[in-house]
Design a protein around this ligand. Structure first.
Ligand code: TYM
Length: 334
C-alpha cells in the first residue's frame, strides 16, 4: 500500500522582539495543532530581522534567534515531525532571493502595505525593507512548500510569493510549487489590548506596557493587561456590533479554548465585561503556564536545543540544495 505524502508547510517568525499572544495564537499554536498532519519547516527568520537595524544589536540577535527557537519547542513543536532552524544557517535563502529579485517587478514591492507603513516617516529606507517580501518568497519556494500557516497580516506577502512562483514558472518552465496561505479562524488578527483598533505588534509593545501579553510575562502581568484592556461601557456581545475590544477578547478566548464565537457571545449576554475579561485572563494564563515552564527548562539545558537545530539544519539543507540545483539549471547559472 502506498501512503500519500504529507502536505509540506513552511512558516517563520522574526527574532525582532519578545513574542506576544498574537504570534502565538495567529501562528505558533496553529502550527502545533496541525503538525502531525503535515511535514513542517519552522524557521527563525534572522535575515528578515536585519531590515529593522534599530531593533537589533548584533550581540543580541544570535541570542534572540535561539530564544525564538526555544519558544517554538516550548509551545509544543515536536522535532520528530517538524524541522526547526535559523534562516541564515541555510545560505540558499539569499541566493534564491537574488534570482527572484530579477523576476519581480519593482511595482509589486512598492504596493506592499507593510512596506508602506514601515517606511512611513523615515528619512532613509533600506533596500532590504523593500525587498523583504522577495526574501520571504524565497523562504517559502526554496522548500516546495504547499501551505504557509500565518496570521492575517502576512496574507499579502504570500500572495506575492504565489505571483513570483507563477511568473518564474512561466518564464523558465515549471520549477516552483505555488503555495497557499493557511490562516486560523480565530486568533488571525489579535488586536492591542490598550488600543483594540490596531494589530498587537512587537514594536508598539516595547513602549506600552499593556499593549500586549508576552509569552514570557509573569501571570500577574498577563492578568493586569487583560483586566485593563480597553472596551466600551455597554454590554454588547454581538460580534457584528460589539466594541472592537470586546470582539478581540472573544476571539482570544475562542482561539485559546476552541469554543466558537456564537457560544461565547450567548454565554455572556446580560453580563458585564469584567466577567469576560476575568475568563480570558484565566484562560490565557493557564495556556501559557506550561509553555513558560518548558521555555525556562530549555534555556537552562541549552544542549538539547542546539542538537535539534543542528539536526534540522542538516535535513533542510538537503531540500534547499535540490531546489537551487533546479533553479540554477533553469536560469543558466552555477
Ligand atoms: P512576524 O515575526 O511579524 O510574525 C510571526 C507570525 O505571527 C503572526 N502575527 C500575528 N497573528 C495574529 N495577530 C497578531 N497581532 C499578529 N502579529 C503577528 C504573523 O502573521 C506571523 O505568522 N514576515 C513574517 C516572517 C516570515 C515568514 C516567512 C512567514 C519570513 N519568512 C515565510 C511565513 C513564511 C513576519 O514578519 O512575521
Amino acid at each position: 500500500m502506498t501512503s500519500t505524502p504529507l502536505v509540506r508547510a513552511f512558516s517563520g517568525v522574526q527574532p525582532t522582539g519578545r513574542l506576544h499572544l498574537g504570534n502565538y495564537l495567529g501562528a505558533i499554536k496553529p502550527w502545533v495543532e496541525h503538525q502531525h498532519a503535515r511535514e513542517n519547516l519552522f524557521c527563525v527568520v534572522d535575515l528578515h530581522a536585519l531590515t529593522v537595524p534599530e531593533a537589533i544589536k548584533s550581540d543580541e540577535l544570535k541570542a534572540r534567534s535561539r530564544n525564538v527557537a526555544a519558544a517554538f519547542l516550548a509551545a509544543g513543536i515536536d522535532p520528530s515531525v517538524s524541522s526547526l532552524f535559523i534562516q541564515s544557517h541555510v545560505r540558499e535563502h539569499t541566493e534564491l532571493t537574488w534570482v527572484l529579485n530579477c523576476v519581480t517587478p519593482l511595482g509589486w514591492l512598492e504596493r506592499m502595505t507593510q512596506f508602506k507603513s514601515k517606511s512611513e516617516g523615515r528619512e532613509t529606507v533600506g533596500t532590504g525593507l523593500l525587498d523583504y517580501p522577495v526574501l520571504m518568497a524565497a523562504d517559502i519556494l526554496l522548500y516546495d512548500s504547499q501551505v504557509v500557516p500565518v496570521g492575517e497580516d502576512q496574507k499579502q506577502h504570500i500572495e506575492l510569493a504565489r505571483d513570483v512562483a507563477v511568473r518564474f514558472n512561466h518564464m523558465f518552465g515549471e520549477t516552483f510549487v505555488v503555495p497557499q496561505p493557511s490562516i486560523p479562524l480565530s486568533g488571525a488578527r489579535v488586536m492591542g489590548f490598550d488600543e483594540p483598533t490596531v494589530k498587537m505588534s512587537k514594536s508598539i509593545a516595547e513602549s506600552r506596557p499593556h499593549h500586549a501579553v508576552h509569552l514570557d510575562d509573569a501571570p500577574e502581568k498577563i492578568r493586569k493587561s487583560i483586566m485593563k484592556s480597553v472596551t466600551d461601557a455597554g454590554c454588547d456581545y454581538d460580534p457584528a456590533t460589539a466594541s472592537p475590544g470586546v470582539v478581540n477578547l472573544m476571539h482570544v478566548l475562542s482561539a485559546v479554548s476552541g469554543e466558537g464565537i456564537p457560544s461565547i457571545s450567548n454565554r455572556y449576554t446580560g453580563k458585564g465585561y469584567g466577567y469576560l475579561k476575568q475568563e480570558v485572563a484565566e484562560a490565557v494564563t493557564a495556556e501559557l503556564a506550561p509553555v513558560q515552564d518548558k521555555y525556562r527548562r530549555l534555556l537552562d539545558e541549552a544542549g538539547y536545543l542546539d542538537q535539534v537545530l543542528a539536526q534540522s539544519t542538516a535535513k533542510v539543507r538537503t531540500l534547499a540544495e535540490a531546489t537551487m540545483t533546479r533553479v540554477r539549471h533553469a536560469v543558466g547559472i552555477g
